[in-house]
Design a protein around this ligand. Structure first.
Ligand code: ADP
Ligand code: MG
Length: 695
């Protein structure tokens, strides 16, 4: 395999555009891509035709507008290129109009009530900043999705808007530092994707995996991740073949899959791509997740992307590495080597600190879901409390600034920011705090609370918008300042004094931190039901409106959708648990009890005393647990009936979190207890040990 040859071979990227489009058309499209200017109809027609010819050469017969509705996954509707012509023949045809705009029926996508008052019609519009590609005989056109009345119905449009907001404000700051070269500022993301691989036969025998993506029952196996022998361990042949195949598919789609390795838990792995612009990273991560699942099936396996497929075993996250970069390739979170660069770095750095502190609640809820609730705070992932790690040396710089003092780091003199002799700031890429939810790692921040199945859009909309809003305040202050350097210094010091509480360099998994965080007044939204309603807090609506990312109405409807998604997912889990308990576990245990009773009777008839005590004890304990489980399931069913009657989405989510999930947990506790006692051949589905070591 020649990687450079296959790389992006299925992508209609700049190189292909340049080769296939007339010069003027290419220039005009490039301008649209770079500057977001409108695309005229003539250009669209030429582009569409070239795209179609290219796609047909790649074997495509269909095209689809590819978008990201509020379900968190992507949606597509395939149309063929065929157009009838005289003589009962067809030609392959694709117009500019078809490229630029689509009209899928929006009525079956979550809209949080938008569709109740407006038409069901939805529109998709081409996002030319994310390249079209060919996959499985179809040309995919990345799109935004909105309603007839212009209300945004997807995750991509607000992401693009948040990037625009960040661009506008960051450029204001750069101009103040005399940077006239940069034309655009992009946020960049590299997402490390964790996943599990299990054998297909195991998956097929677990209703819970099929319906909910995670196991709802399962006793702890004799061997889990205790030996820590899986992390970075040698890849098994089958996994190696899978990863090779996966890389190849991703490379063809122009995705820079770079690193792959085994993770901590048995059967757990990770894939990391090289970072790129956030909207592209978000699109590509959707493709990564989808391709992971598809390729796994080809290899007789299933890829699990759930945040917590196995209780008691590490779950999966998606570390969101985030930074800001200019179109000239300057990373704004890279500490520089000259005083001016350092002043600029400190300002952008302080802006992120302020944004994370100011919008802790938004960051927390941007990663809230039924799945991620099992992970956050479970001693394998950051707690529900948002805090930041900045590394030892930057911490000292900050401490000195906070005291209004001068930091004398490593024998160097330190002066005021932005003035002649600032020190070389440490470029700290080694000092990591693995427990921190939001860690500075040298030249980027790593947001570690994101769950493995999440779309990258939600968390990055929040980060981009919040940082943009802080940069707006900064720019307002600095643009008016008579003495720029003095104002810069004061602004950085003031910001750090005000937001110092969000920085924590200790162990985030410890109980002391929870107490300390409470003393500092940091928010601690323990689960999704508690976190999600804060999306519509006035302060948050105001920020989103200022940054033109969401309207008030969009925030309100989105809050509703997120709460509904949460409750629905939890209810599906509860219904699945109830069904498995009633139809699989109860009958299996009762059959085994009957078998034990028959043995007991047979022994008695034969006059054998030995074994009687053991059998009686086992029968009694299993019969008691099975009965207790039965009544617990009954209670769960009653709660599920009550949940349906609750109208308010927040109240419903709270009921789910406080009543249904604990009831489901109680059912599980009985089942897991019994699993450990029942004959292996009687148990109705594969155990944790069998699943985790199936590949
Ligand atoms: P880790 O130790 O967490 O695995 P790595 O150095 O391997 O860290 O980087 C993890 C991810 O961070 C990669 O996907 C990488 O592309 C991404 N990354 C590096 N620099 C940036 C940046 N400036 N902006 C966004 N992501 C970045
Ligand atoms: Mg990482």
């Amino acid at each position: 395999m020649r990687v450079p040859e296959i790389f992006a071979s299925n992508v209609f990227n700049l190189q292909v555009m340049q080769e296939r489009l007339p010069k003027e058309t290419y220039k005009s499209l490039k301008k649209t891509i770079d500057e977001g200017s409108a695309l005229d109809a003539g250009v669209a027609n030429v582009v569409a035709n070239a795209m179609k010819d290219w796609a047909v050469e790649k074997g495509a017969t269909h095209y689809t507008h590819w978008f990201q509705p509020m379900t968190g996954i992507t949606a597509e509707k395939h149309d063929s290129f065929i157009t009838p012509v005289d003589g009962g023949k067809v030609i392959m045809d694709f117009s500019g109009k078809e490229l630029v705009m689509g009209e899928p029926d929006a009525s079956s996508f979550p809209s949080g009530g938008v569709r109740a008052t407006f038409e069901a019609r939805g529109y998709t519009a081409w996002d030319p900043t994310s390249f079209a590609f060919v996959k499985d005989g179809t040309l995919y056109i990345p799109c935004a999705f909105f309603s007839y009345s212009g209300e945004v119905l997807d995750k991509k449009t607000p992401l693009l808007k948040s990037m625009r907001a960040l661009n506008d404000q960051a450029l204001r700051i750069l101009r103040l530092f005399g940077n006239t070269k940069a034309k655009r500022v992009y946020s960049t993301v590299g997402a490390e994707q964790e996943y599990f691989l299990i054998d297909e036969s195991m998956y097929q025998r677990r209703k819970d995996l099929k319906y909910t993506g995670r196991t709802l029952f399962g006793a702890k196996p004799p061997k889990g991740q205790e030996m820590e022998d899986h992390y970075f361990g040698a890849l098994k042949t089958r996994v190696g073949a899978y990863m090779k195949d996966l890389d190849e598919e991703l490379w063809k789609l122009g995705i820079l899959a770079k690193t792959k390795h085994n993770e901590v838990a048995p059967a757990q792995h990770e894939l990391a791509p090289i970072f790129t612009n956030t909207n592209i990273a978000a699109d590509q991560n959707q493709l990564v997740m989808e391709t992971m699942k598809r390729v796994a099936q080809r290899h007789g396996m299933r890829c699990l992307l759930h945040e917590k497929p196995f209780d008691g075993i590490n779950g999966s996250g998606k570390h969101n590495n985030w930074s800001m970069s200019t179109d000239t390739g300057l990373n704004l979170l890279d500490p520089g080597t000259t005083p001016a660069e350092n002043g600029q770095f400190m300002l952008f750095f302080a802006a992120v600190i302020a944004a994370v502190d100011e919008y802790q609640d938004l960051l927390r809820l941007s990663v809230a879901s039924v799945g991620n609730d099992h992970r956050l705070g479970a001693n394998e992932a950051p707690p529900a409390i948002v805090s930041m790690f900045v590394g030892e040396e930057l911490e000292q710089v900050i401490e000195a600034l906070e005291r209004g003092e001068i930091y004398e780091g490593k024998g160097k003199n330190v002066m005021k920011l932005g003035v002649d002799t600032l020190p070389e700031l440490p470029k700290d890429t080694t000092d990591r705090n693995r427990t921190s939810p939001f860690a500075f790692t040298g030249n980027k921040f790593e947001f570690r609370m994101v769950g493995s199945s999440f779309s990258l859009s939600g968390p990055n909309i929040v980060i981009n918008a919040a940082v943009a809003d802080v940069l707006r305040e900064f720019a307002d202050t600095l643009e008016k300042a008579p003495d720029f350097n003095a104002a810069l210094h004061d602004l950085v010091v003031e910001t750090i004094r005000k937001h110092r509480r969000i920085i924590f360099n200790g162990n985030n998994y410890s109980d002391e931190w929870k107490e300390e965080a409470a003393r500092r007044g940091l928010s601690n939204l323990k689960d999704s039901a508690e976190a999600l309603p804060h999306f519509a807090d006035e302060k948050n609506i105001a920020m989103f409106e200022r940054m033109k990312v969401f309207t008030r109405r969009e925030v309100v409807t989105r809050t509703e959708i997120m709460l509904e998604n949460y409750s629905k997912a939890a209810v599906i889990e509860a219904l699945t648990a109830s069904e498995m308990a009633k139809r699989d576990i109860y009958p299996a245990v009762s059959a085994y009890v009957r078998e034990l009773c028959a043995t007991l009777e047979a022994e008695k008839a034969a006059g054998i005393d030995a074994g009687e005590a053991a059998e009686k004890e086992l029968i009694a304990s299993l019969a008691a647990d099975n009965a207790a489980m039965y009544f617990q399931v009954k209670q769960l069913d009653e709660l599920l009936a009550r949940e349906k009657a609750i109208a308010d989405a927040a109240a419903q989510a709270k009921f789910v979190a406080d009543k249904i999930i604990p009831a489901m947990q109680a059912v599980r506790a009985y089942a897991d207890e019994m699993e450990a006692k029942v004959s292996a051949k009687c148990w109705p589905f594969p155990t944790y040990g069998e699943i985790l070591f199936s590949v």
